[in-house]
Design a protein around this ligand. Sequence first.
Ligand SMILES: Cc1cc2nc3c(=O)[nH]c(=O)nc-3n(C[C@H](O)[C@H](O)[C@H](O)COP(=O)(O)OP(=O)(O)OC[C@H]3O[C@@H](n4cnc5c(N)ncnc54)[C@H](O)[C@@H]3O)c2cc1C
Ligand code: FES
Length: 477
Amino acid sequence: MESIWRKTTQLDGFEKLDKNIKCNTVVIGGGIAGILIAYKLKKANIDVVLVEAKSIGSGQTENTSAKITSQHNLIYDYLINKFDFSTAKKYLDVNEKAIDEIESIVSELKIDCDFKRCSSYLYSTMDVQRLKKEYIALQNLGFDAVFHNDIDLPFEVKSALEFKNQASFNPLNFIKGVAREFKVYENTLVTDVVANKVICDNYEIECDNVVFATHFPFINKVGHFFMKMHQERSYIIQVANQKNKNDMYLGIDEDYLSFRYVANQLLLGGSKHRCGENNGDSYEKLIKKGEGVIDNFSCVAKYSAQDCMTIDKIPYIGRVNDKYPNYYVATGFNKWGMTSAMVAGMIISDQILGIANDYACVFSCNRINLSASLSNIIDDTMHSIKGIAIDNLIIPNDKLSSLKNNESMIILYEFNKYGVYQDSDGKRHFVSVRCPHLGCELKFNYDDLTWDCPCHGSRFDFHGNLLDNPSITNIKK
Ligand SMILES: Cc1cc2nc3c(=O)[nH]c(=O)nc-3n(C[C@H](O)[C@H](O)[C@H](O)COP(=O)(O)OP(=O)(O)OC[C@H]3O[C@@H](n4cnc5c(N)ncnc54)[C@H](O)[C@@H]3O)c2cc1C
Ligand code: FES
């Protein structure tokens, strides 16, 4: 189903690239990150072109909750302890600056996107200590957070932490306004980048700099991000006829709920899991929780999205490395892409312009912090090994006859593994279950009827068409 942003926003269309061109910088990807990076470059008089495989905003950005906040779950106590005070302070300051910068863009370009300032809350229904620790960390950083024992939610909480002066908006109306400021090509898939040439379906763009803002970078040799990130999905249901609240809320407990209100609708979020590892009951669980706490509960839409999760909880933003000094990346937003995209715009534009940026070191693509990353490196490696390993449970072909409508299974046929999904009309759809990215075995996702990769999060519909990268090709049908 479509998100409320998609339903209520008529985006401009842009032409497809139909000739070879030259420019200073190519930004690949028209999500919020690519749009803000291209905008900052254009403002600095850089000759920039943005290329988007489908249409702008059609990636994860159209399904976001669009909370614009520096309150990135529990992060500041963690950053002080696992990194240092200076890293935590810079992370906080640059994300606060990002909120102001988004507000300035809205007002400068006069974008009608419902941008409004509000408070953002973390809450717990279970304990006090974790939010107390975060509160103390913020006090030490000189940030004026407010600790509460009670807040305006339809259930009791044990503790809550408020960040004042945060914001929210309609993300698609926002990027629509910003994308009018520079050259955009839509329906233009980039298939490779070779030296200073960006190779699209049929044409090439020669340039000095390339920015990968494709959510998950799709070229493995650039930065080896597949070793440093996985993707996590989460779900949103739109609940109708709710009294609007200005503020936004996120639970920190295992069965958390996220609250964001817009036009008398509640966007209720939750049910997270690693991509490729759901049981098919994610919407159901979220709806059940919603029914339990919200009066007059009526779910009118449901959809999901995923984001790149880094091994140390900090995004990768900026120049990739010395081997590729003209390649830049913006990824690993850990579900906080609104401010992180703006941070990427500020850092990458400075780097391309040769201006020193005080915050760039925090987001460096080459940082290594073993104490912050080790357990996640081990976890990601185990998932990749599991994903690539040949599954012992190969189902013989004769079992295919037992497949019922709305079920899937994996079969072995002439030494190759295929996934089959039988739709509600009894029609069977066969695809290869080998992920084109790095060969992990895809798993069927009963929530969205897709084949999902547990290694790095590529996704395909049951016909085999690519939905989410890092893969850039469909799977074999
Ligand atoms: C359920 C959920 C709720 C969230 N809520 C919030 C929130 O409240 N606040 C917040 O800050 N963050 C939130 N996030 C995170 C946020 O939505 C994302 O971090 C952000 O939208 C990512 O933006 P992006 O530009 O990096 O990626 P995308 O929006 O996915 O854009 C990438 C674009 O690149 C294009 N592309 C990919 N490969 C190619 C190629 N080879 N050639 C050309 N184009 C290509 C794609 O088509 C796509 O349009 C949420 C995430 C989830 C999962
Ligand atoms: S996404 Fe990397 S192997 Fe599938």
